[in-house]
Design a protein around this ligand. Structure first.
Ligand SMILES: CC(=O)SCCNC(=O)CCNC(=O)[C@H](O)C(C)(C)COP(=O)(O)OP(=O)(O)OC[C@H]1O[C@@H](n2cnc3c(N)ncnc32)[C@H](O)[C@@H]1OP(=O)(O)O
Ligand SMILES: CC(=O)C(=O)O
Length: 527
């Protein structure tokens, strides 16, 4: 367990939930808190008890349902109102009653905000801070003070901003967090300010960086360089407006680049899994290009990169992907060279036996097909079938003599599709017809009923996704389309690609390959 000398403070459930489009249920919040605790953060800010019934309920349920191993649950709220006593303030009471052992108070530190937004005096604001911090400390809470708009306030009136830090420190705050609330700072300014505040006050400092300049992670690290020992972040960088410092990037940088252990041993390797699981709960598709944890973070496309990676992966990777629970992937496209194909074949478990001519043929075919509109980057199953075809062992469980699909639109508005396929399956000529809610569905059904009498495991293979992409919009309704079809069998998923001017024809290509690949996965030998 990392000691108290450095705090990794997560605010996904509070600031992360301020992102447009995010609405978390209490159950989502509890599940995310569980994941963050598993990951090993020190503090989980759960929300603002008293601000809405959901956050109040979260703290009630968290105390009964969460068994946190590493993290301390933290309640967020404002300092008392002007002209009152912290002990009598209903919002402060909600913080006490949340049962959270840690409270983060938000306070104004820019005198312009004090006078114009809070509509009180600088002196009263300092009293609100000191009174509220001292009261919660007396109640046995650990207290952090978030200084809203600190960097802007410090630039405008450094003396007042420093008074805020000193007032909180003197009242017993366990850390004072300098917030770049508007997110407009750049790393040199953050570093300089943190160093000056530390020098002037001697108070333990933290940082909370919004990402409006795209520098939240860099600003957080600049603050650490300057002496901050408490970093506030959110999973996948979710947060108000464009977001916050990304927890996974900050923690990976601290552990892997700074050599500073900030998580319990071994937890960094869970980063990719935890990132994806939280994205699922938040209902936002995982950001594929996210540093460290995105599926593309270690995906290599350029042929020159692949040829060096073949010698040593470190030549084109800044760190070992396994350290953050990620993996290296090769992408084969029209930018591929021999090395890309060799490494990809290895990844797919297809032995090319060092056959240079075979590798060369695959490279040429991929380039030609990509020129025609194919894309193998997301269609590993099609690529594997192509590799096997060139190697001479692509299974042909069935061959199509012909197929047709029609769609009938009826006077009552209903439409129904019908497909007929004529196939050769293990030497038998089979003709089947099926209906479907669209032509691709009808073709899928007809193909299945033709094949599944022989290959019975086909029933366990189901369509998971179907994507259409228009490649040359200028072609209007005659445009070339690319179809990506994903099937799954409960153990995994695979994707195939088809291209053509006729969308149904392109779909057939992808469908035929997807079923072939699925049967190959089921272990059927080539007939
Ligand atoms: C920078 C940040 O992201 S901080 C986190 C912000 N998060 C949120 O605002 C989400 C939750 N907020 C809410 O549900 C509501 O805003 C509440 C319940 C907190 C307050 O609601 P209301 O009482 O209706 O007030 P409203 O939201 O209009 O205004 C906020 C009030 O808090 C006061 N206030 C703002 N900052 C502080 C502070 N640091 N200390 C004390 N009071 C403050 C404002 O002056 C204003 O007071 P007023 O009602 O006398 O004008
Ligand atoms: C506290 C906070 O979220 C901010 O200042 O941005």
């Amino acid at each position: 367990m990392p000691d108290d000398s450095f705090h990794v403070f997560d605010t996904t459930l509070r600031d992360g939930a301020q992102r447009e489009g995010v609405t978390l249920t209490v159950a989502d919040k509890l599940a995310i808190a569980g994941l963050l605790d598993e990951f090993g953060v020190g503090f989980i800010e759960g929300g603002w008890p008293g601000a809405n019934p959901k956050d109040t309920e979260f703290f009630q349920r968290a105390s009964q349902e969460l068994d946190l191993e590493h993290a301390q649950l933290t309640a967020f709220g404002a300092t008392r109102r002007p002209g009152a006593r912290a002990a009598d303030d209903p919002q402060v009471a909600a913080l006490r009653e949340s049962g959270a052992p840690v409270v983060t108070l938000v306070a104004k530190s820019d005198i312009r905000h004090v006078e114009r937004a809070l509509r009180t005096t600088g002196e009263e604001n300092l009293a609100m801070i000191a009174d509220t911090v001292a009261h919660l400390k007396e109640c046995g809470r650990r207290v952090f003070l978030d200084c809203e708009h600190f960097f802007d306030g410090y630039r405008y009136d450094p003396g007042y901003a420093l008074d805020v830090v000193r007032a909180a420190g003197a009242a017993g705050a366990d850390a004072v967090v300098l917030c770049d609330t508007n997110g407009g700072m750049l790393p040199p300014g953050v570093g300089r300010t943190v160093a000056e505040v530390l020098e002037a006050t001697g108070v333990r400092l933290g940082v909370h960086a919004q990402d409006d300049t795209g520098c939240a992670v860099a600003n957080t690290l600049a603050a650490v360089d300057a002496g901050a020992t408490h970093v506030q972040c959110t999973a996948n960088g979710y947060g108000e407006r464009v977001g916050n410092a990304n927890l996974f990037s900050v923690v990976a940088a601290l552990e892997l680049k700074y050599g500073r252990r900030v998580l319990p041993r071994g937890r960094l390797a869970e980063a990719s899994r935890v990132s994806a699981a939280i994205a699922e709960l938040v209902n936002i598709a995982p950001a594929t290009h996210q540093p460290y944890v995105g599926v593309s973070a270690f995906a290599h496309k350029a042929g020159l990169h692949a040829s060096a990676i073949k010698v040593d992966p470190d030549l084109y990777q800044h760190t070992d992907p396994a350290l953050v629970g990620n993996g290296m992937r090769m992408l084969v496209s029209d930018m591929a060279g021999r090395a890309s194909v060799e490494l990809k074949a290895e990844e797919l478990g297809v032995d090319l036996g060092g056959d240079r001519a075979l590798v060369g043929r695959v490279v040429d075919r991929v380039k030609e097909m990509e020129q025609a509109g194919y894309s193998f980057e997301a269609a590993d199953a099609s690529l594997e079938l192509l590799l096997r075809e060139e190697r001479g062992d692509r299974p042909r469980y069935f061959t199509a003599e012909s197929w047709r699909a029609i769609t009938e639109r009826r006077a009552d508005g209903a439409s129904v599709s019908e497909a007929t396929v004529k196939l050769h399956v293990k030497g038998e000529r089979v003709i089947t017809t099926a209906e479907g809610n669209g032509p691709v569905n009808a073709l899928d059904r007809a193909l299945r009923s033709a094949v599944e009498g022989v290959y019975t495991a086909l029933g366990g293979i189901q369509l998971a996704d179907y994507k259409v992409r228009i490649l040359d919009g200028g072609g209007g309704t005659g445009a070339v389309t690319r179809i990506l079809i994903t099937f799954g069998d409960g153990r995994g998923e695979w994707t195939t690609v088809g291209v053509g001017e006729n969308v149904i024809d392109a779909s057939w290509t992808a469908l035929e390959q997807a079923i072939t690949y699925g049967l190959m996965r089921q272990g059927y030998p080539a007939p």
